[in-house]
Design a protein around this ligand. Structure first.
Ligand code: 13P
Length: 251
C-alpha cells in the first residue's frame, strides 16, 4: 500500500544556523516516536549537507527544492542532482509553481530535471496545480492532466513508481485559503484515476499523492482522512516545529 508523507518546503527561509536549529529541534521532537507517515524536510541547497549530518535521516528525509536540468559542467550557480544526492538528501521537490512561474520552468526543463533526479537515486516530489483563473473557469482537471501528461506520464512505469505527486492549487499557496476538503479529495481522486488509466490500477494505488496549499494543524486531520489524500506538502507551517509536528500527528 502507498505511503503517507508529510513534507515540509521551507522555501527561501532560514539562515544556515536557523535551519540547523529548526531541523535538530524537529529531530528531537520526533525522538522516541513512530509517526504514522514518512517525514521529509525540504531545505535550501546550502543547508542540505549540514542538516542531513545533524539529524536521523532514517526518520526525517531531506529534500532539495530544485536541481539543475543539466548533468554537470559550465552552468554557473546551478546545483546538479548528483550534488544534491551527495549531501545525503533523498528527495527533490520539482515543478513547484513558484519555480514554474518565477523561473520559467517548462515541461521540457522539468522532464530533464526529473530524469536526472531519478538517474541519481533521488525521489522527485513532483508538483502540479492550477491558478485561480483556471479554477474559476472550472478547467482545472484538464490543466493538471496536461501538466502530468507533458512530464511524468512520459516516464516508464518503473520510473513513475519512484515518484511522489503533490497537487498544490496556486490560489491556496501561502494565502490562508485552503482548498476545501472536497476540492482537494476530488482533484487527488482525479489524478489517481488518470494515473490508473496510464499506468494501471496497481501503480495508481501505490502512488503517494500529497495536497499542498495552506495546509495547517487545524485542517490537516480532515484533509488526511480523505481516501486519496496521502499527506501534505507544507510551506509556512513547516517553519515551526510545533505546527509541523501537529501536522505529522494528524496521521
Ligand atoms: P503554504 O503551506 O505556505 O501555503 O505553501 C504550500 C507550498 O507551496 C508547499 O510547497
Amino acid at each position: 500500500m502507498r505511503k503517507n508523507i508529510v513534507a515540509g518546503n521551507w522555501k527561501m527561509n532560514k539562515t544556515l544556523q536557523e535551519g540547523l536549529a529548526l531541523a535538530t529541534e524537529l529531530d528531537e521532537a520526533l525522538k522516541g516516536t513512530t509517526p504514522n507517515c514518512d517525514v521529509v524536510i525540504g531545505t535550501p541547497f546550502i543547508h542540505l549537507a549540514s542538516v542531513a549530518a545533524a539529524i536521523d535521516t532514517t526518520k526525517i528525509g531531506v529534500a532539495a527544492q530544485n536541481c539543475a536540468d543539466k548533468e554537470s559542467g559550465a552552468y554557473t550557480g546551478e546545483i546538479s542532482a548528483a550534488m544534491v544526492k551527495s549531501t545525503g538528501a533523498a528527495y527533490v521537490i520539482l515543478g513547484h509553481s513558484e519555480r514554474r512561474e518565477y523561473y520559467h520552468e517548462t515541461s521540457e526543463i522539468l522532464n530533464s530535471k526529473v530524469a536526472l533526479a531519478l538517474a541519481n537515486g533521488l525521489t522527485p516530489i513532483y508538483c502540479c496545480g492550477e491558478a485561480l483563473d483556471i479554477r474559476n473557469a472550472n478547467t482545472q482537471n484538464a490543466f493538471v492532466q496536461t501538466q502530468l501528461e507533458e512530464t511524468v506520464f512520459n516516464l516508464s512505469t518503473e520510473d513513475f513508481k519512484k515518484i511522489v505527486i503533490a497537487y498544490e492549487p496556486i490560489w491556496a499557496i501561502g494565502t490562508g485559503v485552503t482548498a476545501s476538503t472536497e476540492q482537494a479529495q476530488e482533484m487527488l481522486a482525479f489524478i489517481r484515476s488518470i494515473i490508473a488509466a496510464k499506468f494501471g490500477k496497481d501503480v495508481a494505488d501505490s502512488t503517494s499523492i500529497l495536497y499542498g496549499g495552506s495546509c495547517n494543524a487545524k485542517n490537516a486531520p480532515e484533509l488526511f482522512a480523505q481516501p486519496d489524500i496521502d499527506g501534505g506538502l507544507i510551506g509556512g507551517a513547516s517553519l515551526k516545529v510545533a505546527d509541523f509536528k501537529a501536522i505529522i500527528d494528524a496521521f
